[in-house]
Design a protein around this ligand. Sequence first.
Ligand SMILES: [Zn+2]
Length: 415
Amino acid sequence: MNTPRPELRVNGQRLWDSLMELARIGATDKGGVCRLALTSLDQQGRDLVTCWAREAGMTVTVDKIGNVFMRRAGRNSALPPVMTGSHIDTQPTGGKFDGNYGVLAGLEVVRTLNDQGIETEAPIEVAFWTNEEGSRFVPVMMGSGVFAKAFTLEHAYAATDTEGKSVQQELARIGYIGEEEPGEHPIGSYFETHIEQGPVLEDHGKTIGVVTGVLGIRWYDCTVTGMEAHAGPTPMALRRDALQVASRLMQEVVACAHRHPPHGRGTVGMVQVHPNSRNVIPGRVKFSIDLRNASDALCEAMDADIRAVASRLAVETGLAITIQPVSAYPAQPFHPDCVAAVARAAEALGYTSMPVVSGAGHDAVYMARLAPAGMIFIPCKDGISHNEIEDAQPEHITAGCNVLLHAMLERAGRV
Ligand SMILES: [Zn+2]
């Protein structure tokens, strides 16, 4: 067993054709896809993908949050499956590849194993997770989050869209409330193939991103309080200008990211100036801070860094500065064995690759809490995603799927 067959390749044209066929369900005029979670279009997408799975000889099970598992038997059915998957819901102005690629790449792996008559020791499973995008229902990554017990099934069921329809009602309406208890489904290891949704691979001219982990996130609200006063009569030395101090701290948010390379990120995306009047010295400024890095320790270091800078500024200027945490998501490193399997597969197949981190969340983040997990990134045009113009090259689509095939075979054990 396990004789290396580096010449083994997926059928890239078949994968591309399946992507284009799925993209017709909810297709938009601008070439994108609008297939929001648990709509009738989502139902059509789910029906099509599970129909393809059955045609490929797979058995299909559904859990109570509508996560779907499509299984190809292994020689030893007692072994937990080597799983891959992603999501098929999209943003309102979404693209053809985000999520859909990860699911259909898994299906193409199975079709290829069928074509070649290859049996694996462990079963192979392809999953799609309910409501990854979080566009219609909050929270995001809902199906995988319930599966990983990050929040309860009841919490997810109760979520409503803007029309007041609940997740539970809509799941029932489209016929995707299954029997399985979410999470009661063993996973041996998990891989997810995804477009990068950023510009790094394209910038470096690499085909495969070997994803080492997902960045941790810290969100804060920062308030600088001074004193509003008339812009004319108040001399410069006697002002308590909140915006001048806030803008220095905003610069420091970016500088803080630069002080924690290579993965530090610092963003001020939202600013409110009070009273926001042309001839009044600003008395209060509130702004958001978004800090990210590759480990919780680095996120912690950035937290300490920005707080130290803020207290120095407060002492120096005499203005009050508060930094209030809003939410935090831990960094999620992927399992060294899965990361290595992806890197080895890329190398054996002769693709250029580089280690990358994911700045966006994925279902694999929750799976990594349950089993050894890893991700494979491919470039997308200009790094653009969550946009109807999202695009990826067919050869990259094929390459990522070939890497998935070989990484999964390594973990599943070929007979
Ligand atoms: Zn996605």
